[in-house]
Design a protein around this ligand. Structure first.
Ligand SMILES: Cc1cc2nc3c(=O)[nH]c(=O)nc-3n(C[C@H](O)[C@H](O)[C@H](O)COP(=O)(O)OP(=O)(O)OC[C@H]3O[C@@H](n4cnc5c(N)ncnc54)[C@H](O)[C@@H]3O)c2cc1C
Length: 475
């Protein structure tokens, strides 16, 4: 301990107040454990402050403006103008409400909140540096610790994040003006969501991707729907090219230099370049070595299905514990870790984890694809329902995409689903529940669904898999 330190003790010490850490802390406190949550920046972590929430707020705003300005075929004539300060202000209000809510919830559940940067001093102690002049530091002794320090964007050689022209997703979400031209490096979900936002706000967007498709982690017919719509929105794709550097350009803007595998160079003019090529764990400065906590080759903390690290009394959850790096996964892992600490028989035993991309249209998946089901030894049966055959999709004027359900032919058990289309992120919840509950195609297909809704498409896909669809031709 350093002279002048205050020293306190706690049952559970949580480092990081993102959707992993704050949920873990609340659950631990609900179990009657004395719980301390340390955060160095803002309650709610990346998700509430710089990720899920601000991006979805901008997606809503940009989508509203775009729809209103493109509805002549419905007899609606408007020419909306987006004032980025106004849109940004509304987004910040949403963020503030949620982050304020996190702080209140933590306090109301009896979590001790400590502001500062935590790092392990030894196996049972963290030091928290409070930052700022004369703010000092404190040592906290703990019985159990949960590391929930999250992730940060990966920097690409040639694109220094301190350069004003180079944007991380966080910079893009904080933009107070709309750039005329934007190059997005990386066509994963973060790159594609933000490319869609800016294209709808009127920016000329070029997406550069080393692989040969957008959203390369999804099935090609799913990605195709998003790519086609993105092109309709004016987004240009340059596949098979890696961005190597940016340069100032004589027109006052910049140009982004790319290179193919064969060494062919191209340049794309822009005002900003958004680098969205992936995220890496935040472990530096956390003093993992002092507590003897191991990481894998990519720097993620290794955990078992109870979120335990190699040290029995230290847990790791959320992005810092590796893929899938999603907010709802972080929260679920947080609950598991706290339950285990409280002596409950908890473990990560979800049958399937849903994931969503909030592009236009949205993509959402859960469980197995047809190919994965085959690999697992099932004889999969697949049912589909295109949204163009859905009354609700037509009345919502969003008919791109489809619902696909994958099931085991012999038992009818639902194994997974892939949805690309309107409200896919909401609709996937029904398929997730089906997979988790061990529901069959018959269960889903013979459940009465409200009409007219998009959810009927899930029912129809299940009927289609059984050769009994009414509103689409059976396969
Ligand atoms: C643009 C964008 C959009 C996204 N959209 C979605 C989405 O729609 N849906 C979805 O599920 N996921 C989305 N994500 C991913 C999601 O944000 C993360 O999976 C989630 O935030 C991970 O939660 P976490 O608790 O593990 O970490 P984080 O949210 O990263 O929180 C970690 C916290 O730990 C704090 N911290 C770090 N080190 C220390 C330390 N030494 N001491 C004290 N505090 C520390 C940090 O300040 C931070 O607040 C998005 C991410 C981005 C970037």
């Amino acid at each position: 301990m350093v002279v002048g330190d205050i020293s306190t003790g706690t049952d559970v010490l949580v480092i990081g107040a993102g959707p992993g850490g704050y949920v873990a802390a609340i659950r631990a406190a609900q179990h009657g454990l004395d719980t301390t949550l340390v955060e160095r920046d803002a309650y709610g972590g990346v998700c509430l402050n710089y990720g899920c929430i601000p991006s979805k707020a901008l997606i809503t705003g940009a989508g509203l403006a775009h729809e209103a300005g493109n509805a002549e075929h419905m007899g609606i004539h408007a020419d909306p103008a987006v004032d980025m300060e106004g849109l940004g202000g509304w987004k910040d209000d949403v963020v503030d409400q949620l982050t304020g809510g996190v702080e209140k919830l933590c306090k109301a559940n009896g979590v001790n909140l400590v502001e500062g940067e935590a790092s392990f001093a030894d196996e049972n102690t963290v030091r928290v540096a409070h930052g700022g002049d004369g703010q000092g530091s404190e040592s906290i002794e703990f019985e159990h610790a949960i590391v929930a320090t999250g992730s940060q964007p990966i920097e690409l050689p040639g694109f220094d994040f301190t350069d004003e022209e180079v944007w991380t997703s966080r910079d893009a979400l904080a933009a107070d003006t709309i750039p005329d031209r934007l190059v997005v490096v990386g066509a994963g979900y973060i790159g594609m969501e933000l490319a869609t936002v800016f294209a709808k706000l009127g920016t000329d967007v070029t997406v550069v991707e080393m692989l040969d498709d957008a959203l390369p982690m999804y099935e090609s017919d799913v990605a195709r729907v998003v790519r086609k719509r993105a092109k309709d929105l004016g987004i240009e794709f340059q596949f098979g090219e890696g961005a190597s550097e940016w340069q100032e350009s004589p027109d006052g803007g910049i140009q982004v230099v790319t290179e193919t595998e064969d060494g062919v160079e191209s340049t794309y003019a822009a005002d900003k370049v958004l680098v969205a090529v992936g995220r890496r764990p935040v472990t530096e400065g956390v003093g993992l070595e002092a507590a003897g906590i191991e990481t894998d080759d990519n720097g993620f903390i290794e955990v078992d299905d109870r979120m335990r690290t190699n040290r029995d009394h230290v847990f790791a959850i959320g992005d810092v514990a590796g893929e899938p790096m999603l907010a709802h996964v972080a929260s679920h892992e947080g609950i598991v870790a706290s339950e285990v600490i409280a002596g409950e028989p908890a473990a990560m035993d979800a049958q399937a984890v849903p994931a969503a991309v909030f592009t236009d249209p949205e993509v959402a998946t859960v469980g197995m694809t047809e190919a994965e089901a085959e690999e697992e030894g099932f004889e999969p049966v697949v049912g589909e329902m295109p949204f163009r055959a859905s009354g609700r999709a037509l009345t919502a004027d969003h008919t791109d995409g489809f619902v696909r359900i994958v099931a085991d032919e012999e038992t009818g058990l639902v194994l997974g689903g892939q949805i690309v289309g309107p409200e896919a992120s909401e609709l996937i919840a029904e398929v997730s529940l089906a997979v988790e509950m061990g529901a069959t195609l018959e269960d889903v297909g013979s459940t009465i669904h409200t009409h007219p809704t998009l959810a009927e498409a899930v029912m129809e896909a299940a009927e289609n898999a059984q050769g009994q669809a009414i509103h689409t031709l059976n396969r």
